[in-house]
Design a protein around this ligand. Sequence first.
Ligand SMILES: [Zn+2]
Length: 79
Amino acid sequence: MALYKDGNELTHTESEDFDKVHSPGDSAPFSGIYLCINCRDEYAYNAGDPLPPQNHRQHSANKGAIRWRLLVKTQRGPN
Ligand SMILES: [Zn+2]
């Protein structure tokens, strides 16, 4: 589970961007941290980078398919 220290720097949202589930090889739609909903691994990706394929670490068959979901989305500053 991702960690943070200063919750004042994070904003809760109900955006549907966080509900979509992506397959290995799909381009990351946003820069941020993605969670595999089956094995709970978390990785940071830049928008447009391919999400990792089936050879990402320690994904045994009993954990099911790799399915990435956006966990934390980065945003640019107001300037
Ligand atoms: Zn996984």
